[in-house]
Design a protein. Structure first.
Length: 233
């Protein structure tokens, strides 16, 4: 009996296989991946100010959470470690009217602010902006570039959960256990969206492939708790 037709039939039934990056998106971390906590509720050992060695004084520990309780210039912070492919989760809440952001692949050598390199997961009191309308600046958006597909946010003062998955150029944003957007960094669609954003003339934006996680601390009171991360292959 000729074995090759059976082999061909098996391949057809199996269908096209996802890329390594897509496998990592579908099964973040893979077998044996472990989470690393980036905050124990007691110290800022995993964090420091952007382009400085110490934490800005306006950040405090409030009831076991990291708090930018005195927001203002120079309050952005970064993880001490850098990450390339990863899954990151954190709970957050804001005061009424406040906003912040989570940036990643941040390179301190390329600008005065983390958003000059790192794409941003927007943190926002949606009800206080644009009448709560969904858009490129809504909570969970790829800030000023891509809007969430649905409104998964709740009210100011509520604890909400952000999740960011980066596997190669594949990126996902989750909010409160709902995947609200995905994109491929560097794709033609991504380039077109960036060209229509405030980053259009900023060559450094989104150009990095590894870097720090960053929390923004200059646009209102914001809290973060239980940040954790695991590296993807």
């Amino acid at each position: 009996m000729n074995k090759y037709p059976l082999l061909f039939l098996f391949v057809l039934l199996l269908g096209p296989q996802p890329s390594t990056a897509q496998q990592q998106i579908n099964n973040p971390g893979g077998a044996g991946a472990e989470w690393t906590s980036l905050f124990d509720g007691k110290s800022f050992e995993h964090w420091r100010g952007y382009a400085r060695e110490k934490m800005p004084s306006g950040w405090t520990i409030d009831d076991g959470a990291m708090c930018a309780c005195e927001p203002g210039p120079g309050m952005d912070i970064v993880s001490r470690a850098t990450y390339t492919n990863f899954e990151f989760e954190v709970s957050w809440k804001v005061d009424e009217g406040s906003n912040s952001g989570i940036m990643w692949h941040v390179d301190e050598s390329q600008g005065a602010y983390p958003w000059m390199t790192g794409p941003e997961y927007q943190i926002l009191d949606d009800n206080a902006f644009a009448g709560g309308a969904l858009g490129v600046n809504s909570a969970g958006s790829n800030y000023d570039v891509q809007a969430p597909t649905e409104d998964a946010s709740t009210n100011a003062g509520d604890w909400q959960t952000a999740r960011i998955v980066v596997a190669g150029n594949q990126v996902e944003h989750w909010l409160n256990d709902i995947r609200i957007l995905q994109y491929r960094k560097g794709s033609e669609d991504w380039k077109a969206r960036v060209a229509g954003s405030k980053w259009a003339n900023m060559a450094s934006y989104g150009s990095t492939t590894t870097g720090h996680i960053s929390f923004q601390g200059d646009h209102g009171v914001v809290w973060f708790r239980n940040p954790r991360i695991r590296r993807l292959r």
